[in-house]
Design a protein around this ligand. Structure first.
Ligand SMILES: C[S@@+](CC[C@H](N)C(=O)[O-])C[C@H]1O[C@@H](n2cnc3c(N)ncnc32)[C@H](O)[C@@H]1O
Length: 218
């Protein structure tokens, strides 16, 4: 398994995973196939304990309408889709036909294909073209880090009060506190400052996975 919480020892990270509800066989197969087919990119996939947490959170919020920005081979989208209330719909944004063709296959296998609407174009375009009255109960932001502030500003007005925004990789392997920042880490740092100062939400940056920000709209 790819390690994600680098501030936990490998032993402790394994302990966290084995003492959480287990991902099912299908998600395990998806993780293995992703690692085999896209070894350099597979680290982008969320970990199993984060997937379990996201399904739980989607259920806790009672989400029917959800949005994902950054779908890759589909792991997190399956976790969200499985937590949706009956009749729910997840809109997925991505730009890669190759990666999301794996996702589409696994959506069928997981029996959630009818709950997912994939928009294959830059997420900023998809967001700007959503109907003015479209509202979401939950959103997950996990695409290009340079776009995070723009995604946040576009998504938050569309979240209903009490709804939730999740943002991934907000600790970026702990690099957000290092002195020399890459462009990507500088973008994550700028996003963290932007979101933490936003009066529209209550927010916690959890040291979970690679850092997971959870914001609840007031
Ligand atoms: C970190 S991965 C997503 C991982 C996924 N959430 C998972 O758990 O497997 C980031 C994804 O964002 C997509 N992406 C990059 N730039 C994008 C953009 N401008 N608009 C939409 N998607 C984008 C990439 O194609 C990639 O699939």
């Amino acid at each position: 398994m790819t390690r994600r919480s680098e501030w936990l020892s490998a032993e402790l990270e394994d302990y966290v995973v084995t003492h959480s509800s287990q991902a099912d066989e299908l998600l395990g197969k998806l993780a293995v196939e992703t690692a085999g087919s896209f070894p350099d990119a597979a680290v982008m996939q969320i970990g199993p304990e984060q997937g379990t947490f996201m399904t739980m959170l989607t259920r806790l919020v009672g989400a029917r309408r959800a949005l994902e920005i950054g779908t890759f081979t589909g792991y997190s989208s399956i976790c969200i889709a499985r937590g949706l209330a009956d009749g729910g719909l997840l809109t997925c944004c991505d730009v890669s036909d190759e990666w999301t063709s794996v996702a589409r296959r696994y959506w069928q296998l997981a029996g959630v294909a009818d709950r997912i609407d994939l928009r294959l174009r830059p997420a900023a375009e998809t967001l700007s073209e959503l109907p003015a009255d479209e509202r979401f109960d939950l959103a997950f932001i996990d695409a290009d880090k340079g776009g995070y502030i723009g995604y946040w500003d576009a998504v938050l007005p569309r979240i209903r009060p009490g709804g939730v925004v999740l943002v991934d990789n907000t600790l970026f392997s702990g690099e957000v506190v290092e002195a020399a920042l890459s462009k990507t880490v500088a973008a994550v740092q700028a996003f963290n400052d932007h979101a933490a100062a936003d009066p529209r939400v209550d927010l916690v940056l959890l040291p979970f996975g690679d850092g997971l920000t959870i914001a609840r709209k007031r």
